[in-house]
Design a binder for this molecule. Structure first.
Ligand code: NAD
Ligand code: IPM
Ligand code: MN
Length: 352
């Protein structure tokens, strides 16, 4: 099990340190042949060498590992965050990781900022990850003049829509979920809307046991606050999935808790917390590591180790019930204390 570890920027190295300690404890307990390989990619490397990631590095990162774990990328010293686009989006495109799998589960009602949270809130976002508004199609004309024109083209292919919609349906069926919701803006973005709705209906016809509906993204943003428990699997485009998964994360405990997997079934995968480099708290050692630790659980599952993944999931739940927590969850512990507590618990050592 060869796993590349990319700490990245801001709180990236802080949450990854905790995730690695915990992952190593699980690997030891389950006697997994885990090999972690650190990769120096991020703002520091770019500022030092002027290089974001080379094509050869990208090939090796994918070719020589089974998966990668990434902390976060984003640094105001890098113009336009070109390194984040090259590394993160670059890897998604390069390895054709068309599924961005973003589960948001309320593990404890007290974690929700909602007044009357439903304990069964459990949503999995299937965010399309290689198309939409993220391909860089478009351009700028008469740049820097009053006549400047800037375009960003939303690219949607029949094949691309079909594979993410099918992946979401298959997941719903596999995991026993009873409802799948398409989120779009088909009342205004008529061309892509028509394609998504048609493909959703066609693929959905093969899954008669799963309730199917469609929501406009504006109403969906509202409904994720009003009654998030209604949603089970949500399939949507790249940008809408980016936005709604932050919202879904917050209503189920906060951005610091949410993991994600960039997947292409049967192939190399990249796991990263949903949050970014959080410059407002970076360097203080108080970032919540549970999103990154949750990524380690997704990674173990992906590498065919469901028992180890379940063990880790159980430990996350236990840490929320009775362990130390970071300030975003109302606790007073550090990132490291949370990670160390979990690692000791998994290793069967006494915990404070
Ligand atoms: P952010 O996710 O970094 O932070 C948003 C808010 O959530 C901040 O108040 C932050 O303190 C809080 N937060 C985030 N993670 C937390 C954690 N683990 N524990 C406690 N609190 C946490 O979003 P932003 O401020 O919009 O972006 C900062 C930088 O990160 C930008 O450069 C952005 O492009 C980048 N970014 C990177 C990724 C990624 O690498 N996957 C994802 C999102 C944003
Ligand atoms: C995410 C991030 C990225 C995205 C940024 C850093 C480009 O917000 O992984 O959610 O928009 O996909
Ligand atoms: Mn995002």
């Amino acid at each position: 099990m060869k796993v590349a570890v990319i700490d990245g920027d801001g709180i990236g190295p802080e949450v990854m340190e905790a995730a690695v300690v915990v992952l190593e404890a699980v690997a030891a307990r389950h006697r997994l042949p885990l090999r972690l390989h650190p990769w120096d990619l991020g703002a520091e490397r770019y500022l030092r060498e002027g290089v974001t990631i080379t094509e050869a590095e990208r090939d090796r990162l994918v070719g020589e590992h089974d998966a990668a774990l990434l902390g976060a990328l984003g640094d105001s010293r890098v113009p336009g965050n070109v390194h984040a686009r090259d590394i993160l989006l670059g890897l998604r495109f390069h390895a054709d990781l068309f599924i961005n799998f973003r589960p948001c589960r309320l593990r404890l009602p007290a974690l929700s900022p909602l007044r009357d949270p439903h304990p069964a809130t459990d949503i999995v976002f299937f965010r399309e990850n290689t198309e939409g508004l993220y391909t860089g199609s478009g351009g700028s004309f008469k740049t820097g003049t009053p006549d400047e024109v800037a375009t960003e083209i939303s690219l949607n292919t029949c094949k691309g829509v079909e594979r993410i919609v099918r992946a979401a349906f298959e997941y719903a069926e596999r995991s026993g979920r009873k409802r799948i919701t398409l989120v779009d803006k088909a009342n205004a973005l008529v061309h892509e809307g028509a394609l998504w709705r048609r493909v959703f209906a066609e693929v959905g016809a093969g899954f008669p046991g799963i309730a199917q509906d469609a929501m406009y993204v504006d109403a969906m943003a509202m409904d994720l606050v009003r009654r998030p428990q209604r949603y089970e699997v949500v399939v949507t485009s790249n940008l809408f999935g980016d936005i709604l998964s932050d919202l879904g994360a917050q209503v189920t405990g906060g951005l610091g808790m949410a993991p994600s997997g960039n997947l292409h079934p049967g192939s190399w995968a990249l796991f990263e917390p949903v949050h970014g480099s959080a410059p407002d708290i970076a360097g203080r050692g108080i970032a919540n590591p549970l999103g990154a630790v949750g990524c380690a659980a997704l990674l173990l599952d992906h590498l065919g180790q469901p028992d180890a993944a379940a063990d880790l999931e159980g430990c996350i739940a236990e840490s929320l019930r009775s362990g130390p927590t970071t300030p975003d969850l109302g606790g007073a512990s550090t990132t490291r204390e949370v990670g160390d507590w979990m690692a000791r618990r998994i290793g069967g050592l006494p915990v404070p």
